[in-house]
Design a protein. Structure first.
Lengths: 353, 329
C-alpha cells in the first residue's frame, strides 16, 4: 500500500490528469451507453403504442398512413435493429426526429436545456448561499435553540410538495399581489435575446439589453424560490454535520486558541475544511433539482427540459425520451467530473490518478 | 430456502426489537419525534376511519359547485360539487398505504441486491454496482415519469415506477455496510466455524444492516409520498375520479380562483411528509449506529454519494479511505 501511494504521487506530477480524464471518459461512455439501453428498453418494450399516440383517431384507421409512419420512424424493424440504428445515428450526432413535433430532437433539446440549466443553476447558487449560513449557525450552536429551529426549518423544506408550493406562490405573488411575473421565461411583449448561450440572463447581458435582463431575471424569481426550498433543506442538514465534524478538529481549536476572529475561523478554517463533503452534496442536490424542475416547470409553463420530458413521456415519443435520457446522463457525468476535479483543487491530498 | 429466509427475517426482527426496546424511549423523548408521531397517527386514524367520519361520499357530486369553506361544507366543494373534506380524508387511504408498499418493496429489492453485491464481491459486485450507478444517473422524477407513462398512467404503475427509481439507494447503503461487516472478525469467525454463507448472512450480517436500512426507509416514506403525489399531479398516477391529493391539486390548478381546492390537499401532503421526516430524522439520531460514522465518512453510508475521486485506483484516495479490495473473500 505505501509503495502504491508513492507511485501514485510520482505519477501525479505530469501526465496524470489527461490520463485520468481519459479513463473517466471511458467509464462515462459506458454509463451513457447504459442510459440509452435502459431508456430504449423502457420505452420500446411497453404496452403503449407511440403511433397511436401521435396519430389522430381518424388517421389511425387509415392503414397506409400507419404503415408510412411506422416506416418513417423505423418501427417496422426488429427491436435490436432499431437500437443499433439509433446508436449508429447517435455516433454521427443525430438524435433522431421527434414523433410528436417532427422536428430534430437535438434542436429541441438545445432550446429546452438552457432554460432548465438557467433556473437550476440560479436555484443551486441561492440554496447554497442560504444553506451555508443556516448550516454554519446550526453547527456552531449545536444543541441550542437556533440549531433546533434550523433543523425543523430544513426538515419542513424537505417536506413541501414543490408543485403545490409553485401553485401557491404563483397565486399569491402573481395573481393577487402582482409582485412577480407569471409564467414563461419572458414577458410576451419582449423578444428573446439573440441566441449565444441560450441562457437568457447571459444573452441579454452580452446583448447589452437592461430591460430584457431585468424581465428575464424577474421571471426567474418564483421558480427559483420554489426550487430552492428543497435543496436548502438538503444542503443545510449536510453542511451542519460537515461543519460539526470540522469543529472538533485540532486545527480549528488551534486557530481559535491563537485568537483569530470567529469570522476568520469560520470562513478560513471551518468552511474550507468542510468544503469537500459539501461539494459532493451540491452535486447530489443538482440532480435533485433536475427532478424538481419537472413539476415546477409544469406550473410555471417554463419551456425547459422537464416540460419537454413530460410531453415526450406522455406521448411515448421514443426519440425525444431517449434524447432526454442522454442529456440527463451527460449532465450527471459532467457534474460528477466537475466535482471530482474541484476535489483536487480544494484538497491537495486528493490526487486524480 | 424459504425456511432460511424466514429464519433470517426472524433473527433480524429479534435484533431490531431488542434494540428498539433499549433505545426507543430516547426517541420518544425527542419532541420532534413526538410531534411526528402525533401527526402521522392522526393521519393514520383519518385514513382508517375515513368512511365513517367523512361527511359525504368522496365521489358523490350532489353539492352546490365551487362553494368556499364553511358555506356547505367545512372545506368547501369542488367544480363537480364534491365535498373537499371527504375527498381529503379518503385521499389519505390512497397515498399513505401505497407509499408504504413502495418503500417496503424498494427496501427489500435494494437490500437484496446490495447484500449480494457486497457479500460476493468480484464481478458480481462490479455488474450490480454499475447497474446501481445507472439507475442513479437518472433524476428520479424524470425516470419515474417515463416509466409511468410507458406502462400507462395508473396508481399501481406509479408505485412500480417509484420502486424502480428508489431501490438503488438501499443497494448502495447495504452494499457498503455488508462490505465493511464482511471483514469483521465475528463474521470471519462464523465462516471459520463452518457456517454456510446463508447462515452468516442471516445471523451476522443482515441484523447489523437492518438498523441503518430501516432508518433510511423511514426517511424515504416522505419522499415516496412526494413522488406518488407528484406523478398524480402530472396525470401519471391516480386517475379521476379517485380522491387523491396530487390529482386534487392538479384539478385545483384549473380552478385557481377557488383557493381552498389547492391549499388543503397540499397541506395534507406537507404535514404527512413532515411527520415521517420528523420521525425518521429522530430515529436516525437514536437508532443508527452509523450516524457518527456517517459524519466522518462524509455520507458514504447514507445518502447517494456520487463521487469517486479514486475511481479504479484505491492508492490515489485520501489515506483514510477503507480499501475494499483487501477484504477477505
Amino acid at each position: 500500500m505505501p509503495t502504491a501511494t508513492k507511485a501514485a504521487r510520482s505519477r501525479s506530477t505530469g501526465s496524470a490528469l489527461p490520463r485520468y480524464l481519459l479513463r473517466r471518459l471511458g467509464t462515462s461512455i459506458v454509463l451513457l451507453f447504459g442510459v440509452t439501453l435502459v431508456t430504449f428498453v423502457l420505452t420500446a418494450l411497453v404496452p403503449g403504442d407511440p403511433i397511436a399516440a401521435a396519430l389522430g383517431e381518424g388517421a389511425i384507421q387509415n392503414e397506409a398512413t400507419v404503415e408510412a409512419y411506422r416506416e418513417r420512424y423505423g418501427m417496422d424493424r426488429s427491436l435490436p435493429e432499431r437500437y443499433l440504428l439509433y446508436l449508429l445515428a447517435l455516433v454521427q450526432g443525430d438524435l433522431g426526429t421527434s414523433i410528436r413535433t417532427s422536428r430534430p430532437v437535438l434542436e429541441e433539446l438545445s432550446t429546452a436545456l438552457p432554460a432548465t440549466v438557467e433556473v437550476a443553476f440560479a436555484a443551486i447558487v441561492v440554496s447554497l448561499a442560504v444553506a451555508l449560513v443556516l448550516g454554519t449557525i446550526a453547527a456552531c450552536r449545536a444543541g441550542k435553540v437556533s440549531d433546533q429551529v434550523v433543523r425543523v426549518v430544513s426538515l419542513v423544506g424537505l417536506s413541501v410538495p414543490t408543485f403545490w408550493l409553485a401553485i401557491m406562490v404563483y397565486r399569491l405573488f402573481f395573481m393577487q399581489l402582482g409582485w412577480a411575473p407569471g409564467s414563461g421565461r419572458l414577458s410576451p411583449a419582449l423578444n428573446p435575446p439573440p441566441r449565444i448561450t441560450g441562457l437568457y440572463l447571459v444573452d441579454f447581458a452580452l446583448d447589452g439589453d437592461p430591460v430584457g435582463f431585468i424581465d428575464a431575471a424577474a421571471h426567474l424569481v418564483l421558480p427559483v424560490v420554489v426550487l430552492s426550498l428543497f435543496t436548502i433543506g438538503l444542503l443545510t442538514r449536510f453542511i451542519r454535520s460537515s461543519v460539526l465534524e470540522v469543529l472538533s478538529t485540532d486545527y480549528v481549536r488551534a486557530a481559535r486558541a491563537k485568537g483569530l476572529s470567529s469570522r476568520r475561523v469560520i470562513v478560513g478554517y471551518l468552511l474550507r475544511g468542510a468544503s469537500l463533503p459539501i461539494l459532493t452534496m451540491v452535486g447530489v442536490a443538482f440532480g435533485a433539482l433536475l427532478s424538481g424542475t419537472v413539476l415546477v416547470e409544469a406550473v410555471f409553463a417554463w419551456p425547459g427540459l422537464g416540460t419537454y420530458a413530460y410531453y415526450a413521456a406522455i406521448n411515448l415519443d421514443l426519440p425525444a425520451v431517449m434524447g432526454v435520457g442522454l442529456v440527463v446522463g451527460v449532465i450527471y457525468v459532467v457534474i460528477n467530473l466537475v466535482v471530482d476535479l474541484l476535489y483536487g483543487v480544494l484538497d491537495p491530498r486528493v490526487r486524480l490518478g | 430456502m424459504s425456511a432460511q429466509v424466514s429464519r433470517m427475517s426472524r433473527a433480524a426482527d429479534a435484533r431490531v426489537s431488542r434494540r428498539s426496546k433499549r433505545r426507543l424511549p430516547a426517541a420518544w423523548r425527542s419532541p420532534l419525534a413526538l410531534v411526528g408521531i402525533v401527526i402521522a397517527g392522526a393521519w393514520f386514524l383519518a385514513a382508517i376511519l375515513a368512511p365513517w367520519i367523512a361527511p359525504y361520499d368522496p365521489l358523490a357530486q350532489g353539492l352546490p359547485r365551487l362553494t368556499p369553506p364553511g358555506e356547505y361544507s367545512v372545506l368547501g366543494t369542488d367544480v363537480l360539487g364534491r365535498d373537499a373534506l371527504s375527498r381529503l380524508l379518503h385521499g389519505a387511504r390512497v397515498t399513505i398505504p401505497l407509499a408504504g408498499v413502495l418503500v417496503v418493496c424498494a427496501m427489500v429489492l435494494g437490500t437484496i441486491i446490495g447484500a449480494v453485491a457486497g457479500y460476493i464481491g468480484g464481478w458480481v459486485d462490479e455488474v450490480l454496482g454499475r447497474l446501481t450507478d445507472l439507475f442513479m444517473a437518472f433524476p428520479t422524477v424524470i425516470l419515474a415519469m417515463v416509466i409511468a407513462a410507458a406502462l400507462g398512467p395508473s396508481l399501481y404503475n406509479a408505485v412500480l415506477a417509484g420502486i424502480v427509481v428508489t431501490w438503488p439507494m438501499y443497494a448502495r447503503v447495504t452494499r457498503s455496510l455488508v462490505m465493511s461487516l464482511r471483514s469483521q472478525n465475528f463474521v470471519i469467525a462464523s465462516r471459520l466455524l463452518g457456517y454456510s454463507p446463508w447462515r452468516s448472512m442471516g445471523t451476522d450480517i443482515l441484523p447489523n444492516v437492518m438498523g441503518p436500512v430501516l432508518v433510511l426507509a423511514s426517511l424515504e416514506v416522505g419522499t415516496a409520498i412526494l413522488l406518488l403525489t407528484g406523478l398524480s399531479f402530472l396525470g401519471l398516477g391516480a386517475q379521476p375520479p379517485t380522491a387523491e391529493w396530487g390529482s386534487m391539486i392538479s384539478g385545483a390548478m384549473q380552478n385557481i380562483d377557488a383557493w381552498w381546492l389547492g391549499v388543503f390537499p397540499g397541506l395534507a401532503i406537507l404535514t404527512v411528509v413532515m411527520a415521517f421526516n420528523f420521525i425518521g430524522d429522530s430515529l436516525r439520531d437514536v437508532l443508527d449506529p452509523l450516524s457518527s460514522a456517517e459524519r466522518q465518512g462524509a455520507g458514504s453510508a447514507v445518502g447517494p454519494t456520487t463521487v469517486n475521486a479514486d475511481e479504479g485506483d484505491p492508492s490515489a484516495a485520501v489515506p483514510s479511505e477503507p480499501t475494499e479490495q483487501e477484504a477477505p473473500r
